[in-house]
Ligand binder design. Structure first.
Ligand code: HEM
Length: 293
């Protein structure tokens, strides 16, 4: 899903749960309270994973990977209470779901782990809160909303990546079946052709009507193989790109959104001012391009 769509979804969910700037301010205000206890929360997170073989099995890189994961979780927690819930924040959350599909972690463990983290964070607030009880309750509520939003995005990413992979593997399985069928359909006529050629090459002075019979048989079998191949290429025909005038800048933007680059890479789009706003007739693929005027 393009990043701007994901961000729009996040904003819609924020409205749904009633999230406001005041909630963001409240959560950001507890960063200092949480930070001294973060190491403990993270250790608890990984100790618990170790008690559950189905969760533990996705950690295949030993102590080195756990050390890296601890840093990742620390960054995630810091981000959580940094008070900036913008497009970049949401894309980082989305990536968690994608990564978990890649490593084969079942989403239920993320839900359980988040529940454990939530409890840990709430305990820290309860035990260290310096102010009024009413403020503590309001902050807890904001934090819970934020965690729910995080989980919703991670889970949505997980589901959409999971189903895309499922569709890809179904397609591959279908292609495998078709290939098997085609191999079978082609092998029969080829065998017949081979037998007739063998006869023609190795029979001394074959009768003319025999030669004719074999040549006709070869011709029929070639026709059969040709029909199999035509049926296959009709089945696999790709949509022909359509020529459309496009707004190049929008098109580049869309391609970048659909193919996110690592954060450390910055893309500068520098189009000469003399370039016409609408580029005449570029081939536009079947899925379209927002750059279409
Ligand atoms: C609250 C729940 C969780 C959060 C917030 C979380 C967060 C993250 C983040 C931020 C990443 C890095 C994503 C990226 O590459 O951009 C990640 C990757 C990963 N997570 Fe989780 N995670 C959670 C639950 C779990 C659980 C329960 C496991 C179970 C073992 C797990 C195992 C992993 C592994 C193995 C990776 C790949 C790390 C690597 O690249 O070596 N996560 N997670």
């Amino acid at each position: 899903m393009p990043w701007n769509k994901i961000y729009q979804l996040y904003q819609e969910l924020q409205r749904y749960v009633g999230w406001t700037d005041e909630d963001a301010r409240r959560v950001a205000a507890v960063a200092g309270l949480v930070e001294p206890h973060v190491e403990g929360l993270i250790d608890d997170f990984y100790e618990e994973i170790d008690r559950h073989p189905e969760a533990r099995k996705v950690i295949t890189g030993g102590a080195e990977q756990i050390a890296r994961l601890k840093q990742t979780l620390h960054a995630w927690l810091r981000d959580l209470v940094a008070g900036r819930y913008d497009k970049d924040y949401v894309s980082r959350r989305w990536r968690v779901g994608l990564r978990h599909v890649e490593i084969g972690l079942s989403q239920v463990f993320t839900n359980a782990a988040l529940s454990r983290l939530r409890r840990g964070l709430v305990d820290i607030l309860d035990q260290t809160w310096p102010g009024e009880m009413s403020d503590l309750l309001a902050t807890r509520r904001s934090l819970n909303m934020l965690l729910d939003l995080d989980l919703a995005i991670i889970e949505d990413a997980y589901q959409s990546e999971f189903s895309q992979r499922q569709q890809r593997s179904d397609r591959l399985a279908a292609i495998g079946q078709v290939a098997g069928g085609v191999a079978h359909e082609l092998r029969n006529p080829l065998n017949v052709v081979k037998t007739s050629i063998y006869y023609l090459l190795n029979t001394r002075a074959p009768a003319p009507e025999k030669v004719k019979q074999h040549l006709e048989r070869i011709d029929r079998q070639i026709g059969l193989a040709d029909r199999v191949i035509t049926a296959l290429s009709d089945f696999a025909r790709l949509p022909v790109p359509e020529l459309q005038p496009v707004v190049l800048r929008d098109c580049i933007q869309e391609v970048l959104e659909l193919n996110p680059l690592p954060e450390e890479i910055t893309v500068t789009v520098d189009l000469p001012a003399s370039l016409p706003r609408r580029m005449p007739m570029l081939p536009v693929p079947d899925w379209g391009c927002r750059g279409r005027p």
